[in-house]
Design a protein around this ligand. Structure first.
Ligand code: SF4
Length: 641
């Protein structure tokens, strides 16, 4: 089934692991216009297949792997692909986004997406080469860590296809095989880390997928696309965030900014500042440990760090890992964080959930709820813990369940720092209450990005009043919708950092920046109207290059308003699918520490006024006060008829 739009390969394949049947999954241009690709397309497929009776570990659970239409067109940072499934961690539908080359090679094989169902009878490696789907034995891969698994696969395919063989790979590690609830899938050194889809692979006996092919991604107007990409690359390279901070320090550069704003999770979110932060911040990482910056395909930002661990050059930690394995457990040993970050990746786990679960366990021990030998500030016995979790040995077997389930068993729900079962990142929301709302309402659980990444307004980009709930719900919705479409088109969310004109960042105390910061809390009504009538915003924004790329590369008409509306549709669609599994307002929650215990005991405002913001948010989204999308909203967004 081909497409009138370029960028798409025009084919989605359904793979049944039980019967080994391969067939085309119907997907039309009308659906491409409504759902684009990536996580929104995956949500539609899950919506059409799930009744609400499915279980995460069951043949009926689907893994939907989707690319975006801009992948392979040369657009900046456009090699991202998405994976969605019913999450074992949250029990709701969840998506996880990954860089690397797999998405690009899936398109080279001739496909926009894979819909995987059933369960393999034996340990399996699925190899896709153009129209040939081969179910290969994974007996010799099972039990391997991530790098050895990639190496064995490379060796075999090189032997079979020659030294010039090019292919994309994804695989799980021992954690996924042993159903650790926060298992990741890794493609090279890039991770589809969050929500536990690695465990779904493990349950399905699917160790790895490889893809290759010789198709060409069609581009609508090559000349205009090339010129626009050149302009866009230049814009990103000259922007203070995407051209300076991220390439220079990576996300690790945010540790110091968060410390300054009391937003750095410390001692399992008891505090927002860590006295030894300079030993574990981005500057120290860059000066003493970083070897080289790396990036995903077609990315000018190159935010990834490479560091040395045991003599090997390996991927360095992101801000979240530095925060949670640094101040989060009162550890100032940066080399240990680098070692652990690599170990967690190699075992195939999500660093955020693994680290935050550890911090919960330390506090449970400190409070006498669970005698587990783990203590804040004592890192002697940590290095072994990661392998114990991945192989479910000793207390590792319990830690493999994540902080929510542990707090239900041992107590301490108020300090299990998670939402919907997914642990929060390192941004302390009591000093960025919009981010707090985002964590709580995020469809995939406590995720800073799916939550709208409001910290960019609340101190890490601009500097609006971070304690006021005013306008936060409306901006949260707009940012969530924008990022939803960026992700669905196959691009990295970091391209949205350049949305704010550079002078607002470089001159934080300038007159215009100060005025903008003061004005933003009063713009709630304006943003709400914009969100509501978005298709009427029939224009392109000069600071937002994404929309014109649709016209040039795909031949698809696009405006800023239409782009926003697609994101809104995607966000509500995700929610709608999860309502089949019972999601409601009660799940849009934060641990009481964040909503009831002021971070500053002298300042009662330093909590997240969640319920107040949720009411405005639901109304803005057209969801009822129980957090359920109304019939009218579903029709307005063309999700239902
Ligand atoms: S900004 Fe970083 S994560 Fe995003 S595409 Fe570039 S290198 Fe990959």
């Amino acid at each position: 089934m081909s497409s009138k739009y370029c960028g798409y390969m025009g084919k989605v394949m359904s793979v049944n692991l039980t019967t080994q049947e391969i067939k085309e999954y119907p997907w039309t241009d009308n659906e491409r216009e409504l759902y684009l690709g990536g996580k929104i397309m995956a949500a539609r497929i899950l919506c059409d297949n799930f009744t609400g009776e499915e279980k995460p570990f069951s043949e009926e659970n689907l893994i939907v792997i989707t690319t975006g239409p801009l992948t392979g067109t040369g657009a900046p940072s456009s090699s991202r692909f998405n994976m969605s499934a019913l999450s074992p961690q949250t029990g709701f539908i969840a998506s996880s986004n990954c860089g690397g080359t797999f998405g690009y090679y899936l398109k080279k094989a001739g496909y926009d997406a894979l819909v995987i169902r059933g369960r393999c009878a034996e340990k399996t490696w699925l190899d896709i080469s153009n129209d040939k789907f081969t179910f290969r034995s994974a007996d010799d891969l099972w039990g391997t860590r991530i790098t050895p698994c990639h190496e064995i696969i490379k060796e075999k395919l090189t032997e079979e296809r020659g030294n010039n063989a090019k292919f994309g790979t994804m695989c799980i590690g021992p954690a996924g095989e042993n159903l650790v609830l926060y298992s990741a899938v890794l493609s090279g050194e890039r991770a589809s880390g969050r929500t536990g889809i690695g465990a779904v692979f493990g349950w399905k006996n699917l160790k790895a997928i490889t893809v290759s092919g010789n198709h060409t991604v069609p581009v609508f107007d090559e000349e205009k696309t090339r010129k626009w990409c050149k302009k866009w690359f230049g814009y990103l390279k000259n922007h203070p965030l995407t051209g300076n901070q991220l390439p220079r320090l990576g996300t690790a550069g945010l540790v110091s900014s968060m410390q300054m704003r009391k937003m750095l999770s410390t001692k399992n979110y008891n505090y927002g500042q860590y006295e030894d932060f300079e030993k574990v911040n981005g500057e120290t990482l860059a000066e003493e440990y970083n070897i080289v910056n790396k990036g995903c395909l077609t990315c000018p930002i190159k935010c990834a760090r490479t560091v040395r661990v045991n003599g090997e050059a390996v991927k360095g930690p992101e801000l979240e890992t530095l925060g949670l394995l640094g101040g989060g457990i009162l550890n100032s040993n940066l080399q240990k964080i680098l070692d652990w970050n690599n170990e967690i990746d190699e075992l195939g786990m999500d660093t955020i959930s693994a680290s935050s679960t550890l911090a919960y366990a330390m506090e449970a021990n400190e409070k006498g709820l669970w005698d587990n030998g783990l203590k804040f500030g004592n890192i002697d016995n940590i290095s072994q813990i990661w392998e114990d979790i991945a192989y479910r040995r000793g207390i590792g077997d319990e830690l493999a369940e994540g902080s929510k389930r542990l707090s239900e068993k041992y107590g301490g729900r108020e300090f299990a720092i998670q939402s919907k079962g997914l642990e929060l990142a390192a941004y302390e929301p009591r000093r960025a209450v919009g981010q707090g709302l985002g964590y709580a309402v995020s469809n995939r659980g406590g995720c800073h990005l799916n939550g709208g990444y409001m910290v960019i307004l609340e101190g890490l980009g601009l500097n609006t009043d971070s304690q006021t709930p005013k306008a936060k719900a409306d901006f949260t919705m707009m940012f969530q919708d924008l990022m939803e479409t960026i992700s669905a088109s196959g691009q990295c969310l970091f391209t949205s950092y350049a949305f704010f004109p550079g002078f607002l960042i470089t001159r934080p105390n300038g007159g215009i920046t100060t005025a903008a910061n003061r004005l933003i809390p009063h713009l709630g009504g304006v943003i709400r109207v914009m969100n509501r009538i978005s298709p009427a915003i029939a224009m392109h924004l000069p600071v937002f290059h994404h929309t014109k790329m649709f016209r040039y590369a795909l031949g698809m008409p696009m405006t800023f308003g239409k782009y926003l509306r697609i994101g809104e549709r995607g966000y509500t669609l995700d929610r709608y699918v999860s309502t089949k599994f019972g999601v409601s307002s009660k799940d849009d929650s934060l641990p009481k520490r964040l909503t009831h215990t002021p971070q500053d005991p002298e300042n009662p405002k330093t909590v997240v006024p969640l319920e107040k913001m949720k009411k405005v948010y639901y109304k803005a989204r057209g969801w009822d006060q129980n957090g359920i999308p109304t019939v009218n909203t579903l029709r307005r967004l063309k999700i239902t008829k």
